[in-house]
Write a protein that binds this ligand. Sequence first.
Ligand SMILES: [Zn+2]
Length: 72
Amino acid sequence: MLKDNYDFFKDYDREQAEWLASRPICASCGEPIQDEYAWPLDGLYCEECKDTYLENIKVNVDDFVDKQRGGW
Ligand SMILES: [Zn+2]
C-alpha cells in the first residue's frame, strides 16, 4: 500500500523524536542540544546557555589586574 501524507508525517515525527532522544542534554536548560556545536564547560552547554554562562563568569579586567597585583 502506498503511504499517504499522514504516514509520511508520522514517520517524520518518529524519526524526529528518535533523533532528539539521541541528542545530548544541555547541562543548564535540560533541553536536547540540536545544534551542530556545543560547549563542554562544566557539562555540555547549548549555544544560548553558553552565552549566559560566559556572561556570568566574566570579570572586570581592572579588578582582575588589581587582584593579581595583590598577590594571588
Ligand atoms: Zn541550554
